[in-house]
Design a protein around this ligand. Structure first.
Ligand SMILES: NC(=O)C1=CN([C@@H]2O[C@H](COP(=O)(O)OP(=O)(O)OC[C@H]3O[C@@H](n4cnc5c(N)ncnc54)[C@H](OP(=O)(O)O)[C@@H]3O)[C@@H](O)[C@H]2O)C=CC1
Ligand SMILES: CC(=O)N[C@@H](CCC(=O)OP(=O)(O)O)C(=O)O
Length: 398
């Protein structure tokens, strides 16, 4: 099912295939007319819809962090998912509304420490924990529980590479084998059947969405791919760090992780899969004085005879039916502010003044398509729902 078809499905939920109405955990979902209208009329009606259906029980591990809070925000508009477990570390024992007052209107369980979490009451989890802590926790989950892991712990297939870039040996190699990489528009078929999805990093999402189709179509040279990327500060998580103080970030921009950022092997794995050859990239991330948003400006060389217009047309055709990937009108510059708070990725292609080269710009919201938005898109797919449920909010502006 392409997400292009989902727009119409969303407005006529009674037409879901029968197979989508019975869950493997025995919970039965009855989709009724009132759910359709509640989807269209927002939160209040949505609560009504939730109470009239048997819901998928969701755990949010690391709910007191930025990506956890974003999942909770999105699930407020999800008619079939209901949060039954939330965990925190330093903030365990606190109510979610006291930690995130903007979400105080939701009826949610208090946050507990992982050691006190009761997984018998969950059907699926979003794991929003720091990398390194995630592997052991996931290893202990009941096998029936579906998992979308937002950390980097299951993204790299090569465990030696994981050890090298993350500075510690992998603690769950057997689980790594079953993990499916969650770049939805590229691995949709595999994600549908997965139990464990490794949600991509934010930078790798913004880079691979434009480059994977172009590489598959042999429209760019594999050598000399240069990625200049910029992120909002929420990309670094919510825990206090001196380098992320307002005074260190405001009114300036700086590069970091030059030549050794841990997203390099993830990007190279995805591009190498697309080309069936080893691809290497120059990648330099920068920190920007904004809370959310991410831009990757990508400089590529084209084979003789290929023009930037060929790249543009190919991306336009590839993503024509996709709800969340928008290749803009020719010449329009993607702005991070135009995707803020949404699951969109905006892309465009420009000719370089140097013949034979092109410049690709891709923007996302790092907390949405770069993390929690894509994670929800994936869990929807894994559980047989239309992938856009809970994700149709438009960008915030200004
Ligand atoms: N922020 C972003 O844009 C993106 C983040 N990611 C990844 O998603 C994951 C979560 O990121 P983010 O939400 O930004 O991080 P935060 O630092 O904001 O949140 C981390 C969460 O994990 C909890 N936690 C920390 N240490 C432990 C531990 N040892 N055991 C159990 N729980 C713990 C924290 O609890 P408490 O606060 O109570 O201490 C908090 O709930 C990370 O792996 C990150 O790399 C991926 C893509 C983008
Ligand atoms: C601004 C900032 O610090 N960003 C983070 C990337 C966030 C992300 O996607 O991290 P994971 O790969 O760990 O999931 C960083 O550069 O480490």
């Amino acid at each position: 099912m392409s997400s292009g078809a989902l727009g119409s499905t969303f407005g006529s939920i009674e037409c879901f295939p029968k197979s989508n109405s019975t869950r493997s955990n025995g919970a039965t979902l009855r989709i009724r007319g009132n759910v359709v209208s509640s989807l269209q009329t927002g939160q209040h009606a949505n609560v009504r819809a939730k109470s009239s259906t048997k819901l998928v029980r969701i755990g949010v591990l690391g709910a007191s962090g930025y990506t956890g809070a974003e999942i909770v925000r999105l699930l407020a508009n999800h008619p079939y998912f209901h949060i039954t477990l939330m965990t925190a570390d330093r903030k365990a024992g606190q109510s979610f509304g006291s930690v995130f007052p903007h979400l105080i209107a939701q009826d949610l369980p208090d946050m507990v420490a992982i050691k006190d979490a009761e997984f018998a009451n969950v059907d699926a989890v979003f794991c929003c924990l720091p990398h390194g802590t995630t592997q052991e926790i996931i290893k202990g989950l009941p096998s029936a529980v579906k998992i979308v892991d937002l950390s980097a712990d299951f993204r790299l297939r090569n465990l030696d590479e994981y050890g090298e870039w993350y500075g510690q040996p992998h603690k769950a190699p057997e689980l790594q084998k079953e993990a499916v990489y969650g770049l939805t528009e590229v691995w949709r078929k595999e994600i549908r059947n997965a139990r464990l999805v490794a949600n991509p990093g934010c930078y790798p999402t913004s880079v691979q969405l434009p480059l994977v189709p172009l590489i598959k179509a042999h429209l760019i040279e594999l050598r000399s791919i240069i990625i200049d990327a910029k992120s909002g500060v929420s990309g670094a998580g919510r825990s206090a760090k001196e380098a992320n103080l307002y005074t260190e970030i405001a009114e300036g921009i700086h590069a970091y992780g030059i030549t050794k950022h841990r997203h390099v092997p993830e990007i190279e794995q995805g591009l190498s899969d697309a080309s069936h050859a080893k691809v290497t990239v120059s990648f330099t991330p920068h920190l920007m004085p904004m809370s959310r948003g991410m831009q990757s400006t990508i400089y590529v060389e084209m084979p003789y005879g290929v023009t930037h217009d060929d790249l543009y047309q190919h991306l336009k055709t590839t993503y024509e039916g996709e709800e969340f990937i928008k290749v803009l009108e020719k010449g329009a510059v993607p702005h991070t502010r135009n995707v803020r708070g949404s699951n969109f990725c905006f892309i465009n292609v420009f000719p370089d003044r140097i013949p034979g080269r092109a410049i690709i710009i891709s923007v996302i919201d790092n907390l949405m398509k770069g993390a929690s938005g894509q994670a929800l898109q994936n869990l929807n797919l894994m559980l047989g729902y239309p992938e856009n449920i809970g994700l149709q909010q438009q960008p915030l502006f200004p």
